[in-house]
Design a protein around this ligand. Sequence first.
Ligand code: G6P
Length: 608
Amino acid sequence: MCGIVAAVAQRNVQGILLEGLKRLEYRGYDSAGMTVLHDNQLTRHRAQGKVAMLEACLTEQALPGTCGIAHTRWATHGRPSEANAHPHQSSERIAVVHNGIIENYQSLKQSLRDKGYLFTSETDTEVLAHLLADTQQQGMSLLAAVQQCLATLKGAYALGVMSTRDPSVVVGARQGSPLVVGVGIDEAFLASDPLALLQVTDRFIYLEEGDVVELREGGKISLFDSRGNVVERPVHTFEHGDGAASKGDYRHYMLKEIFEQPEVIAAALEGRLSDEGVLVESFGPEAVAHFQTLKQIHIVACGTSYHAGLVARYWLERYAGVPVQVEVASEYRYRQVVVPEGTLFVTLSQSGETADTLAALRFAKTRGYVGSLAICNVPGSSLVRESDLCLMTRAGPEIGVASTKAFTTQLVALMLLTLAIARAQGGKVDREIITALRGLPKLCQEVLALDPAIESLAQSFAEKHHALFLGRGAHFPIALEGALKLKEISYIHAEAYPAGELKHGPLALVDSEMPVIAVAPNDDLLEKLKSNLQEVRARGGLLYVFADESVGMTEEPEVQVLTLPYVHEALAPLLYTLPLQLLSYHVAVLKGTDVDQPRNLAKSVTVE
Ligand code: G6P
C-alpha cells in the first residue's frame, strides 16, 4: 500500500503533489511527506497523521520547486511517526519514496552501517536511500544507480527517486506494486494510481513488472524493461473523468458511493444483455470457447471481493450447474491446490492490484487451469493485464475504504458470468432473471429511499459492543459482508453465521444486549430461517429483520422489520446488501468514527 506521487514540471509542483496525495490517501494515512528540489537543494516536510497535517506544514512554510516526490504511508516497517515518514533521504543528496516491502533490507542495512551510513528511521526504505547514495558515488547517473540497486533488492515495491546530482530528474521503478506515468504537456508525472493525477492529465502509461522510468525536464519520458532495454509502452486515455475525486453534496465518499449504486449497476449491465441472453463476448473474444468447455471454477479474492465470490458459488452451481470452489487469496496461494481438468481460474478485485490476489493468479498459471478470468474495477490494472479474459465492473473510482458499489457491481458481473456460462453450455435462457437484472437499478433506488428509516434503526446500535448477522443460502455471504461493513467502520465487533449454525454455538451469546440482524428475503429457505429467528426471540435477543412484505414478519417490541421491495429471488443478495451498507454507515456516523478512512485499514492492499 502507500501512495506515491511525483512530478517534473514547468511550474511549482507543491500543489500538484499535495492534491495527488489527498487522492491517494485511500492507500494509507499514517503519515505523509514531500521533497522538492529547489536551487539544487532537497527540501522536505514530513508529518505524522493524515495528509492534512502535511498540508498544515506546507501552509506555514511552502516548498517551491518544479521537481518533487511525495508519499502517503501505511506502516509496515516501523510505527507511524515523522521519523519513519517518507521521503527518506541520504546525505541531503538522494530522496526516495517507496511502496511495498524490501525483504532483504536487514542484510543491506548491515553492510551500509559497516560503511558508516547512519540510520534515522526503522524503515526498509531508508536502506534504499543510502544504497542509492553509495552507488551514485561511483559517478553514475541516477537512472544507472537505480538500475544497479534494483538488481540487489528482493521483494515487491514501487519507487520514486530524485537526486541533487541529476537535477530535474525523477526515476521510478515498478516490481510488484502499481505505478503509472502521467503524460503531460512538456511535463511528466508518476503515481500509484491515475486518480492522483487526473487534475493534470488524463493520459497514462501503465508500467510493467520490472520497468524503470526516467522523467526529465520538458516532459521527456524514457522507459526501460528489467534488462535495461529501451521499451515503448502504450499511452492510455483515462475514461472515467475526474468527478469521482469529489464528494459532491455528500458528507462522506462512502455515502456518495452507496447512492451511486443504481447508476453504476446500470452501467455494469449496459451493452451486455440482449433478448437472447448475456452476450458471452462481453468477457472477451475467447470467452465462448472457454465457457463452452469449462467443467469447474475456482474463485479467489480478498475481503469484500471474497464475499462476492461466495455469493457466486450459489449462483453458478444453481443456474449454470458448474461446481465452484471459493477461497481467500492469502490461503490459496500457499496451498498445494489440486486442479481438476477443465477448471477456469477466476479472480475478483476492485483494485486489480491486491498483492495476494495477484500472487494467486501468478501461482494459478503454473497449475494447469484452462484459463484465467479477472472481474475487476480498474482498467489497465495488473490483474486485468495478466488474465486471459476480463470483465470490467464499471463502478468508477471507489474512494471510501469500505467497499460498497464495487461489491454490488461485482455481483452484477458474477450474475452475468453465471448466465453467460449457462448459455455457452447450451442451457435455457433464464428470461426472468434477465428482466429482473434490467429492473435492478430502479429497485436499488427504492431501497435507498428507505435511508431515513435505516438511519433511525442505527440509533439502537450505536451503544452496542457486538452484533450478529444471520442469513441462509446466498444470503449468508451477504450477512458476512454486513458484519464486515459494521466492524470496519464502526469498530463494533460483528460476526455472521449461516442461521442454521446458530444452535451450534453463537446462541450462547444472545441476550438483550446482542442485536441480531437477519437477511430474510422470501426464498426457499425462508421457513427454516424463521425457525432460527424464533430461537433468538426465545432467548430475549433483539431482532432486526430485513425482508419483503410477502415474508409476513410483523413488528413486535423485540422485533423490528425493515420492509424492502419484492425482488426476484436470484437477485435478492444484491438488493439486500444496500440496507446493510446504510446501517453500518449511520452507526459509524453516530459513533463519530472516520467513516472513509477507518483506523488501521487501507483500501488497496499491495503488500502481502
Ligand atoms: C482491502 C479493502 C477492502 C477490499 C480488499 C480487497 O482490505 O479495504 O475493501 O475488499 O482490500 O481489495 P480488492 O481491490 O482486491 O477488491
